[in-house]
Design a protein around this ligand. Structure first.
Ligand SMILES: Cc1cc2nc3c(=O)[nH]c(=O)nc-3n(C[C@H](O)[C@H](O)[C@H](O)COP(=O)(O)O)c2cc1C
Length: 224
């Protein structure tokens, strides 16, 4: 299954991450069909921030040595916890069922959008999943540039955070693909006009990388 998450607050066609995740998702479906495709727009349909009930249920599970998701319902003590688990469990089930998780993650204030963070906090219930057999594709876009030698080298707290998060959840480094389109604000902001050719190259390279991920390979078996 492919779980496709978008988190750009900009739901228009201008969104670079949405354009690129759509390109990936369309290519994936051309190979695998649409049965195993699941889409979540975290901006249009936000995941509720976690609350006291979520935390107390999680702490109870930790006290028991961490129960598998199927047994967490046995720990529920009140209606608020039942509600918290009813919101959480389907999101965890989607992660567990996914062979590939595709995440559109624009840089917001040097980090991930709050809508994506809310999803991460919710699905990361104690003991909910490990990602040893999962592939994760993060597609990011940022107004500026953060690579070696740029004035803001070292200011990117988004990708190091996502790398650490996924590594901590068992994702092998080789199963994490990060595709980045930089300088997306160059086309808008007058004082960045000189950087427009670089921005265009970055976007073209990101598109090519997305296509290389999903192009049909000879002898590839259809797996979900
Ligand atoms: C709330 C907000 C915060 C942003 N913060 C940053 C930032 O810290 N660094 C940066 O380079 N660009 C920043 N940008 C620009 C976006 O990263 C850039 O426009 C990106 O292309 C947005 O993704 P999208 O095109 O998929 O909507 C920010 C944009 C918004 C709306």
């Amino acid at each position: 299954m492919l779980l496709h998450l978008d988190s750009s607050a900009n739901r228009s066609d201008e969104s670079v991450t949405r354009q690129l995740t759509r390109l990936f998702a369309d290519g994936w479906q051309a190979v695998h069909g649409s049965d195993g495709y699941r889409y979540r727009d975290l901006a249009a349909d936000p995941v509720q921030p976690i609350d006291t009930a979520y935390c107390q249920l999680g702490r109870r599970s930790e006290r028991c040595g961490v129960l598998p998701p199927a047994q967490v319902c046995t720990l529920i003590e009140n209606a608020a916890e039942a509600e918290a688990w009813a919101v959480t469990r389907p999101l965890i089930d989607e992660v567990v069922a996914s062979r590939t998780i595709l995440i559109g993650a624009p840089m917001y204030n040097y980090s991930v959008p709050a809508s994506l963070k809310a999803w991460i906090d919710r699905v990361t219930f104690p003991g909910a999943f490990t990602l040893e057999a999962t592939e994760v594709v993060v597609i990011t876009s940022r107004g500026g540039a953060y690579g070696p030698g740029t004035p803001r080298e070292g200011w990117d707290y988004e990708l190091p955070y996502l790398r650490a998060y996924f590594a901590d959840h068992g994702l092998p480094d080789s199963n994490l693909r990060i595709i980045s389109a930089e300088l997306s604000l160059a086309s808008l902001v007058p004082h960045l006009a000189d950087l427009r050719p670089l921005a265009e190259r970055s976007l073209a390279a990101a598109r090519a990388e997305v296509l290389s991920c999903v192009e049909p390979r000879e002898n590839a078996t259809a797996e979900h």
